[in-house]
Ligand binder design. Structure first.
Ligand SMILES: [Zn+2]
Length: 280
């Protein structure tokens, strides 16, 4: 809950330090916020990936504990459902774990390199593109097996453009993550949505549904259709895709500041990200 009277002010990168290469100026946006909303899915062992895709099936996520402080801690971790290494050492000193994850699992950011051979890797995505003023595009009627079209987005009347991150909000990830229907009945973006966003020159795009046709459940491509059309339209223009954000219902009305910080994986195609909203 917000603490009464604890308004904080957040100024998005009003920066005159042009000489510093890791810092860039952008148009100043001052928003007051009282709440920090976590839009991130938890990272854990065996997160569900796209059904039928070998790369996910063969590379399940894991958070594996290789050392625990005491036997009691080891048993606590076991009770919590943590994955314990067969070689787990109880060392009297420290708990240590190993994270292994296909970088598109859960809440993550696609960098241009994911689909564009000469595109930017994730460590070179400018942070000012993913720490920005944002606006929700609310599509509350998009239930199981639905699609989100260009028309759906335009019909909301929500305006978006440069220096803004539109956030496509159906509620799907928030309602179904961890249940079989998450993938089985996933709504998706129709081809053309990426192009629309790219034409509007947005800073990044965030969403809580899959960005392409749900071919894993037998949805057919049209003749000549490219499966990853939305990825291509966005990533070609250097627009990062922030995927599978959750808890969007907690943001409320109005604009907010979205911060989506990928791990700085050198040369990487994508990264898990901690995504937060600073909201009034
Ligand atoms: Zn991805």
């Amino acid at each position: 809950m917000p603490h009464a009277g604890s308004f904080a002010f957040f100024t998005v990168a009003v920066c005159m330090l042009a000489a510093a290469s890791s810092v860039s100026a952008q148009s100043p946006v001052q928003l007051k916020y009282t709440r920090v909303v976590d839009l991130t899915l938890p990272i854990e062992s065996n997160m569900p990936g796209i059904p039928g895709l070998k790369s996910y099936a063969e590379n399940p996520s894991s958070v594996t504990v290789i050392a625990a402080i005491t036997e009691a801690q080891k048993e606590l971790l076991r009770a919590e459902g943590m994955t314990l290494s067969n070689n787990l050492a109880v060392n009297g000193r420290s708990m240590i774990s190993i994270l292994s994850i296909l970088v598109h699992n859960g809440t993550h950011i696609d960098a241009p390199r994911h689909m564009i051979d000469k595109g930017r890797p994730v460590d070179q995505v400018p942070l000012e593109q993913v720490a920005k003023e944002a606006v929700l595009i609310d599509l509350p009627n998009k239930g199981p097996n639905s699609t989100v079209s260009v028309k759906d987005i335009l019909d909301t009347g929500v305006e978006f453009g440069p220096n803004l991150i539109p956030v496509i909000h159906t509620g799907w990830t928030e309602k179904t993550w961890g249940k079989p229907e998450f993938w089985e009945q996933m709504p998706y973006l129709e081809a053309g949505v990426g192009e629309l966003m790219a034409k509007k020159n947005v800073s990044a795009v965030a969403m809580d549904v899959f960005p392409e046709k749900a071919i894993w459940r037998g949805v057919k491509l049209d003749p000549g259709e490219v499966w990853v059309a939305n990825h291509l339209a966005l990533l070609e223009k250097g627009i990062p895709m922030i995927q599978f954000v959750t808890n969007l219902s907690q943001i409320g009305k109005g604009r907010f500041v979205l911060i989506a910080a990928p791990l700085r994986i050198k040369g990487g195609d994508a990264s898990p990200a901690r995504v937060i909203a600073l909201a009034e």
